[in-house]
Design a protein around this ligand. Structure first.
Ligand code: 13P
Length: 245
């Protein structure tokens, strides 16, 4: 049985004052679904110290554990600050920082070595969808971004169509079902049914309270990775509730 996961990605938003949102979210956390907030790295330690029933994660890590990499943060550092998860290969990092599938795989191994659960992101651009390449792209990203030693405990996959992120555009439930079903099959083919069945698949891209229930009813959707609607507890709590129901 896969435990549902409501994950919030605050991206480059939030100062110490916004950590009060974690307090306001406690009522929704602690139910059947796991609740995770990934604040900017400056807030990880403070968030983890006040997390209550909420898990805290990073938004990226370096593939090395330490060294001469100015401005970067390593997986052991995130773990030391109290994080238990890290988002890797988000499309904004793939686009803004040229992250390749191979780099994402190295980062995933670094996350595992530090005891973090990696949330590995995949998803097609609008051009790729319109030219019928969605499953090719997602299949390639999945194959090349995931190292061999995946387990349901060390890895979560997030399907985030790039064109749905921050746009208010959401794929149809059939489109989500197609990609999630395809990802489950690809995982079964590579890792076998028993292991593949333990890996949680999140949907991300313009998830809101108003569309969460419909999205969570789709087969093989085990939760959501939420951007904008995770910044305020009043927006995120109803999404968590929809997953708890
Ligand atoms: P939005 O929910 O703001 O569309 O962002 C989704 C996302 O990129 C989460 O990682």
């Amino acid at each position: 049985m896969r435990r549902k996961l409501a994950a919030g990605n605050w991206k480059m938003n939030g100062t110490l004052a916004e950590l009060s949102e974690l307090g306001a979210l406690q009522g929704a956390a602690g139910g059947n679904a796991e609740v995770l907030i990934c604040p900017p790295v400056t807030l990880v330690a403070s968030a983890a110290a006040n997390a209550g029933a909420i898990a805290i994660g990073g938004q990226d890590c370096h593939s090395a554990a330490s060294g001469a990499h100015t401005g970067d943060v390593s997986a052991p550092m995130l773990r030391d600050a109290g994080a238990t998860y890290v988002i890797l290969g988000h499309s904004e990092r793939r686009a803004d920082h040229g992250e390749s599938d191979a780099l994402v795989a190295y980062k995933t191994q670094a996350a595992w070595a530090a005891g973090l659960t990696a949330i590995v992101c995949v998803g097609e651009t609008l051009d790729e969808r319109e030219s019928g390449k969605t499953l090719d792209v997602v299949g390639r990203q999945l194959a090349a971004s995931l190292p061999d030693d995946v387990t349901g405990a060390n890895t979560v996959i997030a399907y985030e169509p790039v064109w749905a992120i921050g746009t208010g555009k959401v794929p149809t439930t059939n489109q989500i079902a197609d990609v999630h079903g395809f990802m489950r099959s690809a995982l079964i083919q590579r890792f076998g049914t028993d292991l593949a069945d333990t890996i949680r698949l999140l949907y991300g891209g313009s998830v809101k309270a108003s569309n969460a229930t419909e999205i969570f009813a789709v087969a093989d959707v085990d939760g959501a990775l939420v951007g904008g609607a995770s910044l305020k507890a009043t927006d995120f709590a109803p999404i968590v509730d929809a997953l708890n129901n």
